[in-house]
Design a protein. Structure first.
Length: 186
């Protein structure tokens, strides 16, 4: 692992741990990339741990969490839009969605324009669980962001966005804007 990456891991809050110029950025090697892959796995493991525990008390898993998260962020989401976001099969979604519907966490309403369309909404119980799950994961992000220098906060968002396939970035950007707008309404 290059020295710069090692300093970032050991001292994430130290301004000295972050490059101030392109000259300070070491060339990425295959080993550096593998270490980033491993760090990503470990970070994801810890990111989902608390949410997994809470989901387990309801007999739910990560698939339920993802569906509930996006339905809560964008009430009125169509099943087709949810399939597009999650990139899963209808069969996979149907199993999870059926459980959330039967347990009273999500409800499906007929579309206003097209009555055949099913629009998904969180129930109050579903919205509460989605908020509790988000609070657990947001707390981890807030704690980490507080430990990082301001330049690294923006870099973290840029890095995650860059991990998204280039042909999907506009769609993700539109989703984030839509979810933010939905959250801004009373």
């Amino acid at each position: 692992m290059n020295e710069l990456l090692a300093r970032k891991i050991v001292e994430p809050g130290s301004a000295a741990a972050w490059p101030r110029s392109a000259v300070e950025v070491a060339a990425t090697t295959d080993e550096d990339a593998l270490e980033l892959v491993e760090l990503f796995f470990f970070a994801y493991r810890d990111f989902v741990r608390d949410a997994d525990r809470l989901l387990g008390t309801y007999g739910f898993g990560r698939a339920h969490h993802r569906v509930l998260h996006f339905v809560n962020r964008r009430p009125g989401l169509t099943i087709a839009a949810l399939l597009d976001i999650l990139r899963i099969t209808k069969q996979s979604l149907n199993r999870v969605l059926k459980q959330l519907l039967e347990a009273g966490f999500v409800e499906a309403r007929a579309g206003i324009v097209d009555r055949r369309q099913r629009l998904l909404y969180p129930t109050p119980q579903g919205a509460n669980l989605a908020r509790d799950l988000s609070a657990l994961q947001s707390a981890r992000f807030l704690k980490v962001m507080d430990e990082l220098p301001p330049v690294a906060r923006g870099a973290a968002s840029e890095f995650l966005f860059a991990m998204i396939d280039p042909d999907e970035r506009a769609r993700v950007r539109a989703h984030l804007a839509s979810a933010k707008a939905a959250g801004d309404t009373p």
